[in-house]
Design a protein around this ligand. Structure first.
Ligand code: GLA
Length: 720
């Protein structure tokens, strides 16, 4: 077995990664962060030399080596990258790299290159395993890593855990990750990066409304603009984990991988397990980190246009009470205010007149829709709108034809079914017949009707998710892959089809599902006060054009709060705009305002959905300032929201960054969104004002006095 060496500097978009893999050892990151201009081979060697750890007292004689996949054999007593065994033996690995390629070409020695893909093949003859480790830097400076392990032995090898970890420097002493719950997804939480592991395990079988989302470490107090920040995201929609680990020697790692259940991943001889992509992003401030993440989806093969169709979803207007005359009226009203896509939600199929029955029977209900969906769809199309339809493909109510006929298709670890959640169970898509059942029923509908869009829901966690046909073995891994396959298959058959990833609101938002879907439903809570926070943090990973953002009813269905249309709309326009409101209850005046807002959105959506997101760290936590800047810095839209009483009135001056410091811009309030209560305008409002980019950032402007729970927008246009 020949052992190879390489040292590689990858550079892209202001990020440098120096990877060291000497003498057959697994690759370790000597540097991941800001650029290292002019670095030569000798300079890289000097970094390697000067980075060699000193042996600490009472530690192993040769200091432990922490590669992307740390191994206990090196003396590392932190979390090992690969955990597994052959029935209790071969549980400690000592991989030796036998082959290295860069963009497919064999590599030895030193390489300094731009973006590209490094691949390391490593073997452990004693444990009889082969490791395939891929490390890449994208054009946008996003680091990714993915590992696969093959069983070369003659008996089974069980993978318990395969995680990858990126080192961060000691300056990154504060952690920030996300948490949340249904209707309050992606709430930030901070803590010091202390010794031990901050472990965010997800065992929900879906990404989760409380997912860690991005595990950040940064310099103390890092904010949207400032601080050196590192962020790691595990891109997987099943069980997964994120961790931040600091050990006694001071080493700090951010890592992630799939979370495997006991015995879930048993590799027969010759079989391979490949884990999810782990993304790593570095930048100054959270906005820079977010922008790099946004680049991942913006570079996706199937690019989204910024002309995202304004959507109307009927859920909060009718729930499961489907009556054609009412839906036709809603379609007409929606078209009247400028909607471009009309979505029929839950309740159109099987016995689904309520939450207790029908899920899993994807056949149009004769009761609710005696003439099929055509009377609605034809009218929707006639009104110039696309039609979208809700599905929850993985789910069944026990009271459904499919569950009655195939009780063994339900995921269950034990002889009794798992505890119900929303009166439903989960269909085991790894059973080929169950998969085919769902696929064929969905395909039949896609073939029968002009469906442009699917709202793909997933309304419960996977609990005790075992495969009954295999003695109850854990089946979340297979379920997740089957879900991805199903998405791929449907899209291959219907290339124009758009799919929304919804999961009790925003419980399936990650970079892997968004390789296959075109937007997420951020949350079932459309209360703009809550959405100011949720949208702000959802945008930490995904760009605004992927975030379903609706103008809600006057009174919020999930919080009971009441808000006027200005606050609802000025909040919603920073996303893929929709409306979720029983428009038959809206007044003429409200419909007119809605029409104006939709028109404003259409006029500016190229900017709103194609620009760079800016979030300000204001001095008053209840004054939210954010916005979008055109990539050429010629224009911007700024949003100002007041979420609770400010300490002082009129509140801190509005400062905004991201524009060209030397150019002069006109700043004008958008009158249309003028808050309806308590507005007191500053003098400059009348004629607008011209400010340089530097003045906007460093001096700012006096805001109007607006009541709490109000918002308004400003348009910024270069005048020179
Ligand atoms: C979930 C979704 C909602 C709606 C309902 C339908 O809660 O998040 O938007 O589609 O299911 O049952």
């Amino acid at each position: 077995m020949s052992q190879v060496s390489a040292r590689v500097l990858l550079r892209a978009a202001g990020v440098a990664v120096l990877i060291d893999a000497p003498d057959g050892l697994l690759p370790a990151l000597l540097h991941w962060g800001g650029p290292l201009p002019g670095l030569t081979e000798a300079d890289a060697a000097a970094i390697a030399e000067s980075s060699r750890p000193v042996q600490s007292p009472n530690d192993v004689d040769t200091p432990a080596r922490v590669s992307l996949l740390p191994e206990a054999t090196t003396g590392w007593t932190g979390r090992p990258g690969l955990q597994g065994s052959r029935n209790g033996v071969a549980w400690s690995t000592d991989f030796r790299v036998t082959e290295i390629t860069f963009n497919g070409t064999p590599l030895r020695g030193f390489l300094s290159a731009g973006p590209g893909v490094l691949r390391f093949t490593a073997e452990d003859a004693e444990a009889q395993l082969t490791l395939d480790l891929e490390v890449a830097l994208s054009d946008g400076g996003v680091l990714t890593a993915r590992a696969g392990v093959r069983n070369d032995g003659t008996d089974d090898y069980t993978v318990d855990s395969l995680t990858l970890a990126f080192p961060v420097p000691a300056e990154a002493s504060e952690l920030l990750d996300l948490a949340g719950r249904w209707a309050r997804e992606r709430m930030p939480q901070r803590r010091p990066f202390t010794v031990g592991t901050h472990l965010r395990e997800n065992r929900k079988g879906r990404t989760g409304s409380d997912s860690a989302y991005v595990m950040h470490a940064g310099t103390p107090g890092f904010g949207f603009a400032d601080g050196e920040v590192y962020g790691v995201h595990t891109a997987f929609s099943g069980n997964h984990l994120h961790f931040a680990e600091r050990v006694f020697t001071g080493i700090r790692l951010l890592g992630g991988g799939e979370l495997l259940l006991p015995g879930e991943l048993r590799l027969a001889p010759g079989e391979t397990y490949t884990g999810p992509l782990v993304y790593g992003v570095h930048g100054t401030g959270l906005d820079a980190v977010a922008r790099r993440f946004h680049g991942v989806l913006r570079a996706r093969k199937r690019r989204l246009s910024t002309r995202r169709p304004v959507t109307y979803n009927v859920w909060e207007a009718v729930y499961m009470d489907h009556s054609l005359p009412k839906l036709l009226r809603l379609a007409e009203l929606a078209a009247g205010v400028g909607v471009e896509r009309f979505v029929l939600d839950d309740g159109w199929f099987g016995a689904r007149r309520h939450e207790h029955a029908g899920l899993g029977d994807w056949v149009v209900s004769d009761d609710a829709w005696p003439d099929g969906l055509s009377p609605l769809i034809d009218r929707v199309n006639e009104l110039g709108m696309e039609f979208g339809l809700w599905f929850e493909p993985e789910m069944v109510n026990p009271d459904s034809d499919v569950a009655r006929e195939h009780p063994d298709w339900i995921l269950s670890a034990r002889t009794s079914w798992p505890v119900e959640s929303r009166f439903q169970q989960v269909l085991n898509l790894s059973i080929p017949e169950a998969y085919a059942h769902v696929r064929d029923q969905m395909m039949a509908l896609l073939d029968a009707y002009p469906i442009a869009y699917i709202k793909w829901d997933h309304n419960r966690d996977l609990v005790d998710a075992g495969d009954q046909t295999r003695g109850g073995r854990p089946a979340v891994h297979e379920q997740t892959l089957a879900y991805y396959r199903l998405l791929d298959e449907l899209r291959e058959a219907h290339p124009e089809l758009e799919i929304e990833s919804c999961s009790s609101g925003g419980a399936r938002v990650d970079l892997e599902v968004l390789q296959r879907t075109d937007r997420v439903w951020v949350s079932d809570c459309i209360d703009p006060l809550e959405r100011q926070v949720m949208n702000r943090w959802t945008a930490q990973l995904i760009p605004l054009e992927y975030m379903g953002s609706h103008i809600a009813s006057r009174h919020s269905h999930t919080t009971g709060r009441r808000h006027d249309i200005g606050f609802r709309a000025a909040t919603a326009v920073f996303g893929h705009l929709g409306i979720e409101w029983d428009l038959t209850e809206a007044t003429e005046e409200e419909l007119a305002q809605l029409t104006d807002w939709v028109a404003f959105y259409k006029e500016h959506r190229d900017l709103l959905l194609g620009g760079d997101l800016v979030r300000m760290d204001g001095p008053d936590p209840h004054q939210f300032v954010h916005g979008v800047v055109a990539p050429d810095q010629s224009r911007a839209v700024i949003g100002l929201a007041v979420t609770a009483s400010l300490d002082a009135l009129p509140g801190p001056r509005v400062r905004f960054r991201g524009l060209d410091a030397e150019r002069r811009y006109s700043v004008r309030p958008v009158r249309l969104g003028a808050p309806q209560g308590g507005l007191k305008e500053p003098v400059w409002f009348g004629a607008g004002v011209e400010l340089t980019g530097a003045a906007l950032e460093r001096v700012g402007f006096t805001p109007p006095i607006i009541n709490p729970e109000q918002a308004m927008l400003f348009l910024v246009d270069a005048v020179d």
